[in-house]
Design a binder for this molecule. Structure first.
Ligand code: C5P
Length: 232
């Protein structure tokens, strides 16, 4: 694993998703299935996409008491996905329980990564609503370290944070980074964006790319451009 482009399949149903994936006749992109598609289409969508030969990042961001997360992770481990995630804010105890739940009887498991602070949460909301008084980047780094100490494989973060996360948690600790746009793309609702080439320079291990590929006039060409810039 490592250095690949993950396409965010942010579609509302199975039909639209398969119509999109069928455009790829030569390659099998690594895909991200998020809450919208999973809740709309159910676990069968995961099995169906897997059966077509794609690797899958199941982006469900679990956050609950350790016992519940452990049991939910056990269910997800049976889906044979490649990466799953949770919120680091659920504490180290929850992350350790997740690791236990995810590990299959034969010792194998999907990679487990943590969301540190959502990029939609700013320092003002953290301070005024969550009563967290520390600077945002300090919180992100501490949560990343908590995840590392709990045995997780990496974090979701901005490409701009990837270098610092690697410095703190080691080169092998994965940075999975959304917020990617081509230099000539619309930024849309993403605030801090980087190009695939810049994400590579900054040390991202995986880039998560949604609309620049899914909404492109030629999604296959856009995907290939991402791979060329990021993987080389
Ligand atoms: O379309 P776009 O490239 O912005 O899609 C990025 C994907 O990454 C979306 O599925 C979005 O939910 C996800 N994501 C993000 N920022 C985060 C965490 C996840 O954009 N901090």
């Amino acid at each position: 694993m490592g250095k690949d482009v993950i396409v965010a399949c942010d579609f509302s149903g199975a039909e639209e998703t398969f119509a999109f994936l069928e455009r790829f006749t030569e390659e099998k992109p690594f895909v991200k299935i998020g809450m919208e598609l999973f809740y709309a289409a159910g676990p069968q969508i995961v099995r169906d996409i897997k059966a077509r030969g794609h690797r899958i990042f199941l982006d469900l961001k679990l956050h609950d008491i350790p016992n519940t997360v452990q049991k939910a992770m056990r269910v997800l481990s049976n889906l044979d996905v490649d990466i799953v995630n949770l919120h680091a804010a659920g504490t180290a105890a929850m992350m350790r329980a997740a690791m236990e739940g995810l590990t299959r009887p034969d010792g194998t498991r999907p990679l487990l990564i943590a969301v540190t602070q959502l990029t939609s949460t700013d320092e003002q909301a953290m301070k005024n609503e969550l009563l967290i008084d520390r600077p945002l980047d300090e919180v992100v780094m501490r949560y990343a370290l908590n995840a590392k100490q709990a045995g997780l494989d990496g974090v979701v973060c901005s490409p701009l944070e990837a270098g610092k996360v690697h410095e703190k948690c080691g080169e092998a600790f994965l940075t999975v980074t959304p917020g990617v746009r081509f230099a000539d793309n619309d930024v849309g609702d993403q605030k801090r964006v980087t190009t695939p080439a810049r994400a590579k320079e900054l040390g991202s291990d995986y880039i998560v790319v949604g609309r620049p590929v899914t909404k492109a006039a030629d999604p296959v060409a856009a995907y290939r451009r991402c791979v060329k810039e990021f993987v080389g």
